[in-house]
Design a protein around this ligand. Structure first.
Ligand code: AHG
Ligand code: MN
Ligand code: MN
Length: 334
């Protein structure tokens, strides 16, 4: 069997398909290396000094876990010296991180959620990392948030790592979606799935049901109909899953289909949603669309949104195409 490592895959994408250049290849390799380091840190669990609260809040007023801070530091340290980046922005930092003057500047902008699913760290449930890559536009200052405020359609690459029973890296450079599994003995990511496709039909949904009383009418109607099962308007039974790590919920959908919703509700209406556009919704929407799925806010395609802030939050509805279309149509009717 031909064993294709991430490095080989990227070299072939560059050399044979001309899909990426050397800088983007380096960027993805460095991100993958950072994810390996995060996987190792997470794997230490109670044996390392990695669990528990950091004792600080991030810009969004959320309490940071030690691993949120550590993962963010790993990403910054790994990515600042390679010369491939113009700037970085993260869930854990209010403002973009400038590339120190002593290093060369590149053309790319990297955005990331260093540790997604923080509430699952201390209970040994899958967590992950999400990243998005944009090009730094001519004349923009990459030390300012404005440089990053580009629509999701401008992404040149996106991916996520899942730190679960195995460590996976799922990646798109706009040429379909591929999945690599970390070979722990060799320390390299090996291609284990090509051309991931989300089935258009599904009987599985993911939503935090405890927010039901706060939902808007279209989402309430949609979920009510799923819950009504075989004898309801949908004429079939639906199963429910909610890991509460977006990476794990999205990865399930990438594997066997499904629909994921973190809709707007009256509790979070003022902040626009729960999930962050630039480093959660956009990269996941890019990946899901590249796998034949769909991603919407209920009022339009996520990737078409013109961002207004680095930490902007949006409603997210993504996954199997036909289900997402139904939720969209309920929003239009409402
Ligand atoms: P993060 O840990 O990066 O702040 O993200 C957590 C997100 C997402 O991963 C997950 O889908 C959602 O929050 C879970 O929210 P609830 O706890 O409200 O279910
Ligand atoms: Mn997150
Ligand atoms: Mn996070």
């Amino acid at each position: 069997m031909r064993r294709i490592t991430l490095s080989r895959y990227l070299i072939e994408e560059q050399r044979e398909k001309g899909k990426i250049n050397a800088d983007l290849r380096l960027l993805i390799e460095v991100v993958a290396r950072a994810c390996k380091r995060i996987a190792i840190a997470i794997g230490k669990g109670g044996l390392g000094e990695v669990l528990g609260e950091a004792g600080s809040d991030n810009v969004q007023g959320e309490a940071q876990k030690k691993l949120d801070v550590l993962s963010n530091d790993i990403f910054l340290e790994a990515n600042e010296w390679g010369g491939h980046l113009a700037g970085m922005a993260s869930e854990e930092m209010e403002l973009p991180h400038a590339i120190p003057n002593r290093y060369p500047q590149g053309e790319y902008l990297l955005l990331f959620d260093p540790l997604d699913g923080s509430s699952n760290i201390d209970i040994n449930v899958s967590v992950g990392t999400i990243f998005s890559v944009l090009r730094s536009a001519e004349g923009c200052d990459p030390t300012q948030s404005e440089a990053f405020l580009q629509a999701g359609t401008e992404q040149v690459a996106a991916g996520y790592a899942v730190y679960g029973p195995t460590t996976l890296l799922v990646l798109t450079v706009g040429n379909g979606v591929v999945c690599f599994t970390l070979d722990r003995e060799l320390g390299s990511f090996v291609l284990t799935q090509e051309n991931l496709q989300i089935p258009p039909e599904t009987q599985e949904f993911a939503i935090n049901m405890s927010n039901m009383r706060h939902w808007e009418t279209p989402v309430k109607r949609y979920i009510d109909e799923l819950l009504a099962g075989k004898t309801g308007p949908r004429g079939k039974d639906f199963n429910m899953r909610w890991v509460a790590s977006m990476v794990a919920d999205v990865h399930r959908i990438m594997t066997r289909g499904g629909i994921f919703l973190y809709p707007l509700d009256s509790k979070i209406a003022a902040q626009g949603g729960k999930l962050r556009l630039m480093y959660e919704a956009n990269p996941m929407a890019f990946i899901v669309e590249q796998a034949g799925g769909a991603a919407t806010t209920g009022h339009g395609r996520i990737l078409d949104l013109q961002p207004s802030g680095l930490h902007q939050r949006v409603p997210v509805i993504l996954g199997s195409k036909n289900e997402v279309a139904i939720v969209d149509s309920y929003h239009r009717k409402a």
